[in-house]
Design a protein around this ligand. Structure first.
Ligand code: ZN
Length: 173
């Protein structure tokens, strides 16, 4: 299929995203990984929207998808590490992947949707560890290491992770 046809198709499909999402959920419901599969399909379509300036805004959908995928990881890793948190906040940011407030709010960037699950888990462990250590001291990194031995490579991958984020995420419509 040519690039032009693919883009045209995406522009026609995009306004009906929510309905498509529901239809895809119905079709894949019997698969144990249905939710992941649907998000993968929708994200793939989304990432092709770069050149469609007139496309309607898919960012609200992205925020919901980000919450659906990221919040359970925070809950699971909080349980695994024994580190409590108060709530999860999802934000669209250009500069940082996540943060942790003194009140224990874990903020995560919606752009994490475009990173590998291992990278996302590392970032979540990183932010959870800030609940205990509000700095990047040696003790902080030791604690990260305990729960995520491969953190160095994952941290490097995350630094470079912006190249996986489609440009339309930050274009104002
Ligand atoms: Zn940090």
């Amino acid at each position: 299929m040519s690039e032009v046809i693919e883009q045209r198709f995406t522009s026609l499909v995009q306004p009906h995203f929510a309905a498509l999402y529901r239809a895809a959920m119905r079709l894949t419901r019997r698969r144990p990984d249905a939710e992941d599969l649907v998000q993968e399909l929708c994200l793939r379509a989304c990432s092709r929207l770069d050149d469609l300036a007139a496309a309607t805004n898919p960012r609200a959908w992205l925020m919901r998808a980000a919450r659906a995928r990221l919040a359970p990881r925070v809950a699971a890793l909080s349980k695994a590490t024994g580190i409590p948190y108060s709530r999860v906040s999802i934000r669209r940011q250009r500069s940082r992947w996540g943060s942790c407030s003194v009140r224990g709010t874990i903020s995560l960037n919606t752009c994490l949707l475009f990173q590998r699950p291992e990278v996302v888990d590392y970032l979540v462990v990183h932010e959870l560890t800030h609940v205990r250590h509000m700095n990047h001291s040696a003790r902080f990194w030791q604690a990260v290491e305990r729960h995520c031995p491969g953190w160095r490579a994952l941290d490097r991958e995350l630094l470079d992770g912006w190249r996986h984020v489609p440009r339309w995420i930050f274009t104002d419509s």
